[in-house]
Write a protein that binds this ligand. Sequence first.
Ligand SMILES: [Zn+2]
Length: 183
Amino acid sequence: MTKRKPNYCPYCGTELVTREFDGRERGFCSTCQEFIFQNPAPIARTVVLDDEKALFVKHAPRTADGKWTLPEGFLEVDESAAHGAARELAEETNIRVPPEDLALVRTGHYVENPDEGSILSICFAAERELTTGTPEVGDEPTDVQFRDPQELLERDEQTRSVDLRCLEAAVGRLRGQTRDFSL
Ligand SMILES: [Zn+2]
C-alpha cells in the first residue's frame, strides 16, 4: 500500500506493470506476485472543547502556511486511530487524554494535491474536563492555545475548512448543538 501512485514495488524495487483488478488499473509486482494498492493515508486529529473555545496549534509558515489547526498526525503502524490521536495531542500540546475517552465525531476524505494521493481524516473529540495538562508548545507547533473558532474566522486568521468541519461535528456530537463555523 502506498500514498502516492506507485511506479516501483515498495518491497523489492521491481518496476510495476499495470493490471486490472476490481475494475481499476493497478500496479502489479511480477516478482512478489502481488498488487501494490494505492490507499488514503490515515490522519487522526482531536478537538478538545473548553466552553466556546477549542485547542488549536499554530504551525510554522514552512509546514502549514502558519495556519491554526487541530492537533493531528499520521497514525503509526502499531496504534489504533484513538491512540494515535491521543499521542499526537500529547506530543504537540502537552494535553493528555485516555484514548478510550475520545469520541469519534467525523471521518473525511480529502485531496490536497492529486500527485500526493489522498488523506483519510479521522476526527475525535473530548471535553476539556476529560483531559489533563496545561497547553505547552510541543515538538512541531509554534503556538498552542484554546481559541474561539468564530474569533479566528472574524479576525481572518489562517484556518482550514477540514478543521472547522471537525469542530462543527464535535459540538454536535458532544453537546447536541448545531454550529456553523463559516462567515
Ligand atoms: Zn515486489
